[in-house]
Design a protein around this ligand. Structure first.
Ligand SMILES: O=C(O)CCC(=O)N[C@@H](CCC(=O)O)C(=O)O
Ligand SMILES: [Zn+2]
Length: 336
């Protein structure tokens, strides 16, 4: 296999490849751009006009998505997968991946859309570099732009695989993209309703990509991901890459559950308390009247919304950041 197919090995070893560009037997050009960043370009005659950004390892301990991208890259480097799309593979936080940690000093996925400029340190620099790499990749006009930022969650989930769909003023969420996600195994989608500082929001908002964060299961160390079943997603990604994706019937969304954000729970101070068991699962329902969280100055987060559920509860985040999202079921009536 071509050395550049071993991007994960290079990244985990903190090594730069001797040769920065290589051609597969199929004439596919692989170009190492920077640590954890590799561009794949099909021969011009085979290029179908899709620019696909696949990122993982934004959180260094979320290894199932990293292993998935590694498998795809190996297949391309061996000539077993024959891309018709241009692809950018990104491993988001190499330093944290090497240490098996979510992040080192600060969460890279809270540093996009301008936030890295108000910060310092290696993770702020990395967020800036990821924005630059994505912007340069998505700078070609008249091409379709798609970004999947792959994650696994800190805790177990009543709904294992789901997507978060960013928001932008004046832009409608696409039914076709949701149908594609359903075919890729996603069981639910959270339709965001305000701007955000995560990577997929940056590529959606600033680079006009169709962009999603995908949650694929629970985070585990490398080699321990047999419980994370990514087979449907993997099949779909291979089809997208090879341009052989079957048409998706978009009318009914095939049972895909839709949610919207009711409220983001923001931790304001060290006095913040989240009144949930440590092992609570994502998508657990909370009854109206329940005091979910308390903070300084008698701030209380009381559930008011019927059908409310919690995702990503995390009282350990830094002050000023999201310590959970309260979501409610929604319908497909506003989809484009
Ligand atoms: O399990 C958790 O608490 C977090 C899992 C995770 O990393 N989720 C992403 C979601 C990004 C988004 O809002 O689109 C994150 O929190 O960065
Ligand atoms: Zn993550």
């Amino acid at each position: 296999m071509l050395a550049l197919g071993k991007l994960l090995e290079l990244t985990l070893a903190g090594r730069e490849p001797a040769e920065k560009t290589q051609l597969t037997v199929e004439g596919v050009r692989m170009r190492w751009l920077s640590e954890g960043a590799l561009e794949v370009r099909p021969p011009e005659a085979r290029d179908n006009g899709l620019d696909l950004l696949l990122s993982a390892g934004i959180h260094g301990n979320e290894t199932a998505p990293i292993e998935l991208l590694d498998r795809l890259l190996h297949d391309i480097a061996r000539g077993d997968l024959k891309p018709r799309a241009r692809i950018l593979f990104l491993f988001g936080n190499p330093e944290a991946m090497r240490k098996g940690e979510r992040f080192i000093e600060q969460d890279v996925n809270r540093l996009f859309n301008g936030r890295h400029e108000q910060s310092s340190g290696s993770e702020a620099l990395r967020a800036c570099e990821l924005e630059r790499l994505a912007a340069s990749f998505f700078s070609k006009p008249e091409r379709q732009r798609l970004h999947y930022d792959l994650h696994t969650a800190i805790r177990g989930s009543k709904i294992e695989q789901f997507a978060l769909y960013p928001w932008k003023e004046g832009r409608q969420h696409s039914r076709l993209e949701l149908a594609r996600l359903r075919a890729a195994g996603m069981e639910a989608v959270l339709l965001q309703n305000k701007p955000s500082i995560v990577f997929s929001s940056y590529t959606y908002d600033k680079l006009d990509a169709e962009a999603f964060t995908l949650e694929l299961g629970k985070a585990r160390p490398f080699g321990h991901n047999e419980g994370v079943n990514v087979s449907l997603l993997e099949t779909r990604l291979k089809q997208i890459i090879e341009g052989t994706e079957p048409e998706t019937a978009q009318a009914g969304l095939d049972g895909l559950q839709l949610f919207s954000v009711a409220r983001e729970i923001i931790k304001h101070s060290d006095a913040f308390r989240l009144n949930l068991p440590a092992d609570i699962e994502n998508f657990s329902e909370l009854e109206p009247g329940y005091v979910l969280a308390e903070d300084l100055a008698d701030t209380r987060w009381v559930i008011e919304e019927p059908g409310a559920r919690i995702i990503f509860p995390n009282p350990k985040v830094k002050n000023g950041l999201r310590a959970g999202i309260l979501i409610v079921p929604t319908t497909d009536e506003n989809l484009a």
